[in-house]
Design a protein around this ligand. Structure first.
Ligand code: ZN
Length: 204
């Protein structure tokens, strides 16, 4: 589990809103901090949604927007303020097996290799994000009855995750980026294949 998933499993947007001083009424409504709101127009639950200005997202988006932080910074702040241990499974495993390890030998031995991988991953993820934005428009259902196309669903489901990935790679600290490589390197490869497959089947 990565830091975003761990934090989201442990804190709701409602808890965060209360922690950071917003008054949540018993219906879970709160004055929206993202527009000039006099009567509570924002619903806070696991995530949040403002019926007046349309701001919405999960607990991490909420804290990121509230404190003007990048998502990773917001996740770290939440982990700290709510005392959530955010070691990833792999980090735990690596720590547990550290004692037995002989001279350290990782797959990406040199810094240069890591940098190359990083650049390549950022390229793939930006490319994919761009494609998802395109799909959201191209494959959007035109009538309420129309069945949703697979690409449209994929775009709705993946955008937030890919934004996190990119944010982590671009703004994250070295240790987090290395962990990302170990945890999600395969996912990036899968995304690359997915795009190739789509482009093969949809030659323009
Ligand atoms: Zn609002």
């Amino acid at each position: 589990m990565n830091i975003f998933q761990t934090v989201k499993e442990n804190v709701t947007a409602r808890q965060a809103a209360e922690q950071y001083g917003l008054k949540v009424n018993k219906n879970g409504m709160v004055c929206c901090p993202f527009h000039d709101d006099r009567h509570p127009s924002m619903k806070v639950d696991r995530g949040f949604c403002c019926f007046a200005c349309g701001a919405k997202g999960d607990v991490i988006t909420f804290v990121a927007d509230f404190f003007h932080l990048a998502p990773l910074e917001a996740a770290k702040k939440l982990a700290e303020d709510f005392q959530i241990p955010v070691f990833t499974d792999n980090a735990r495993k690596r720590n547990a097996s550290k004692k037995k390890e002989k001279p350290k030998r990782t797959f990406y031995q040199t810094e240069k290799k890591f940098e190359e991988w990083e650049r390549e991953s950022i390229r793939i993820l930006s490319d994919y994000l761009h494609l998802l934005e395109e799909w959201k428009i191209r494959y959007a259902p035109k009538t309420p009855e129309e069945e949703w196309k697979a690409e449209f669903i994929e775009a709705c489901q993946q955008t937030e995750k890919i934004n996190y990935y990119l944010d982590l790679l671009v703004f994250g600290e070295l240790q987090d980026r290395i962990e990302f490589l170990l945890d999600s390197g395969k996912d990036v490869k899968r995304i690359e294949k997915r795009m190739e497959e789509y482009r093969r089947n949809n030659k323009e």
